[in-house]
Design a protein around this ligand. Structure first.
Ligand SMILES: Nc1ncnc2c1ncn2[C@@H]1O[C@H](COP(=O)(O)OP(=O)(O)O)[C@@H](O)[C@H]1O
Ligand SMILES: [Mg+2]
Length: 308
């Protein structure tokens, strides 16, 4: 079986970066019996080994058993995936410093993009959503999750993912009264991907718990919880000179093991120097704590026996 397809010629004049060599090898002029295998090998080369294994079985089955695809269709399908990786790579590469531009780093980043694509398509991995983003566990990286921006209009009014990550990075290691924020692994912003990859907290969203939609961790103690949260936020203001600016039940998490607070979502946060009215910003954060406390108080009163 021979299937023909003509591709745009590869520019040969420019000196190639190593990754361009890797990607240029995806260019083919004719589909032969071996094309499919070659394309699958290129997926492995790009670091997408698991994807290759899955696709090989699935596509061969579709072509030879179920007969719902031709081999040319299967080749096109794999080629599209390679092209998608290539696009992802282009913007990732633009963000790398020159010493990082080696194959291993690029392959690792491609694997990350693949993991993000696969995970954000899997509703079983969904953790929660807010005004701008949806958050998913990463399928292949236990302990990490990805916050993917989906509302570009609201996002335009908030911190960029790199600004948000900057706050989180500055707060890594900042723990007050047992309260802290998740650590950040990386951010990606380009193409159709705007994400923060961060620690997946083993925690329950405060708002869901206070609405009775998620179980309250057994160690939760409302007075202790809010004493600690207030100490953390006061230290955030006084020591770090940062205002959270969106402190509300949905942006507080309760640790499943300890019952202690985590603070998340620095998408609206600002440094004291950049805030017009610092007194107001401080009061708003403190009001957010009080609103959360009274929401939980009402829930506990209505469900006596839970919490304390
Ligand atoms: N690090 C995390 N670990 C576990 N769940 C998280 C984490 N970050 C966010 N979530 C969940 O995802 C929801 C949305 O995240 P958030 O950062 O608040 O997005 P948005 O900026 O859209 O409000 C949160 O309310 C929370 O339930
Ligand atoms: Mg939020």
């Amino acid at each position: 079986m021979n299937f023909e397809k003509v591709f745009a010629p590869v520019a040969k004049t420019q000196k190639r970066e190593p990754i361009e060599d890797l990607l240029a090898s995806t260019q083919k002029e004719i589909y032969t019996d071996d094309s499919f295998d070659d394309l699958l090998n290129q997926l492995s080369e790009l670091g997408l080994v698991e994807m290759r294994e899955k696709l090989e079985d699935q596509l061969l089955d579709d072509v030879y058993e179920r007969k719902i695809m031709t081999m040319a269709d299967a080749c096109c399908y794999v080629e599209n995936l390679i092209q998608k990786r290539k696009n992802a790579l282009e913007f990732l590469r633009a963000g790398l410093s020159s010493q990082e531009k080696d194959r291993d780093v690029i392959k690792a980043r491609l694997r990350m993009v693949y993991d993000i694509d696969a995970s954000t398509a899997d509703q079983e991995l969904f953790l929660g959503s807010g005004n701008i983003a949806r958050v998913y566990k990463l399928a292949h990286q236990p302990g990490l999750c990805v916050k993917k921006v989906i509302n570009d209009v609201s996002y335009a009014r908030e911190n960029s993912v790199s600004q948000e990550a900057r706050f989180l990075n500055e707060l890594s290691g900042f723990e007050v009264a047992g309260v802290r924020t998740p650590f950040v692994k990386e951010t990606i912003s380009g193409g159709d991907l705007t994400v923060i990859v961060m620690e997946e907290l083993d925690a329950v969203n405060f708002e869901l718990a206070a609405r009775g939609k998620a179980p309250l961790p057994p160690n939760f103690d409302i007075n202790d919880f809010f004493d600690r949260l207030k100490k953390y936020i006061t230290a955030l203001h006084e020591q770090k000179k940062v205002f959270h600016n969106d402190l509300a039940p949905r942006n507080i998490m309760i640790c499943k093991k300890t019952g202690l607070p985590f603070v998340i979502d620095f998408g609206k946060s600002a440094y004291a120097d950049d805030v017009k009215n610092a007194d107001m910003a401080r009061d708003m954060d403190l009001a957010g704590i009080e609103a959360s406390r009274s929401m939980m108080r009402q829930f506990l009163d209505a469900n006596s026996g839970v919490g304390k």
